[in-house]
Design a protein. Structure first.
Length: 100
């Protein structure tokens, strides 16, 4: 539950930073539908900047998209960080018991 709150804060901070520059709609960090809308606006903004050769902060946009994706997964009851950590632990456990 703590991860969801941290992810919501992170997305809200990014949203506040980019709201004027990208003309982003209002954000409800608990609505997957609104998160998808914001994600679509980010992609359109990046595409427009690329076509018109306008400078923008690509690394920050990538972080923003990643934060939204992470939050959407968490809202869908899937923690990617936990899954990766468990995958690594399961792989180590299996390798310990095998005879090669």
């Amino acid at each position: 539950m703590n991860r969801i709150k941290d992810a919501q804060k992170r997305v809200a901070q990014f949203h506040q930073t980019f709201q004027e520059q990208m003309n982003l709609p209002q954000l409800d960090v608990t609505s997957i539908r609104q998160l998808k809308t914001v994600l679509d606006k980010i992609y359109r903004f990046e595409h427009r900047c690329t076509l018109k050769k306008i400078k923008y902060s690509e690394p920050l946009c990538i972080e923003f998209r990643g934060a939204i994706a992470d939050l959407m997964l968490l809202l869908d009851n899937f923690d990617l960080q936990e899954a990766i950590a468990n995958r690594d632990n399961n792989t180590q456990t299996k390798n310990i018991g095998s005879v090669a």
